[in-house]
Design a protein around this ligand. Structure first.
Ligand SMILES: Cc1cc2nc3c(=O)[nH]c(=O)nc-3n(C[C@H](O)[C@H](O)[C@H](O)COP(=O)(O)O)c2cc1C
Length: 176
């Protein structure tokens, strides 16, 4: 079974969740950001898991990343990576195949935290992918000045991501 986890991430939180999901799926699974994925590898993936941070109740966009670029980085905070291709543009160009897929996002707990993974799921379905498991959200703290990569993650979320990856692997194993 070939599995690939593709993500977009500014401060490393979605990246860390993606790595934990890949670890849960198994040793053959890789987590790569949108700028690192070879289209052939995406086409060949029996299971494609795709995630991004929630921005403005949806997926990151050129405008949401520009707004981040325009904010000064507070003293002691890490600089966000705004140069990865957006997941939306990556998905719009992703190869059409009938393999399995699942979507996830990172979000703030509460009324702000929705709209990312559900949109990713729709774009995956538009590329022909069959949704193996309902979209999943992983929680971050609302920290405007994170001082280390992945430091916004709520405690326990990496374990939850690993377990979700394990459950996704069983979906693929059960496919005829
Ligand atoms: C421009 C912008 C808009 C955001 N909008 C939302 C939002 O609508 N809902 C939410 O839950 N989180 C929102 N967030 C918080 C992000 O989800 C959080 O920064 C992200 O999960 C961190 O992941 P990353 O380190 O992988 O980028 C927003 C963040 C930014 C920078």
């Amino acid at each position: 079974m070939k599995a690939l986890v593709v993500y977009e991430s500014l401060w490393g939180n979605t990246a860390a969740i993606a790595a934990a999901i890949a670890e849960g799926i198994g040793p053959h699974a890789r987590a790569l950001h949108t700028g690192e994925v070879d289209p052939g590898e995406a086409r060949a993936a029996d299971l494609l898991v795709v995630g991004a941070p929630v921005h403005a109740f949806g997926m990151p966009s050129a405008a949401s990343k520009q707004s981040v670029d325009q904010r000064p980085v507070p003293a002691g905070a890490i600089t966000p990576d705004t140069h990865q291709p957006t997941l939306r543009s990556w998905l719009e160009e992703a190869p059409v195949t009938d393999g399995l897929a699942a979507a996830f996002d990172t979000r703030i707990k509460g009324p702000l935290g929705h709209g990312g993974a559900s949109k990713i799921e729709k774009l995956l379905a538009a590329r022909g992918r069959v949704i193996a498991s309902p979209a999943m959200g992983f929680y971050v703290k609302n920290d405007k000045a994170p001082t280390a990569p992945a430091s916004m993650l709520v405690s326990g979320e990496l374990d939850r991501a690993r377990r979700w990856g394990e459950s996704l692997a069983t979906h693929v194993e059960h496919e005829p």
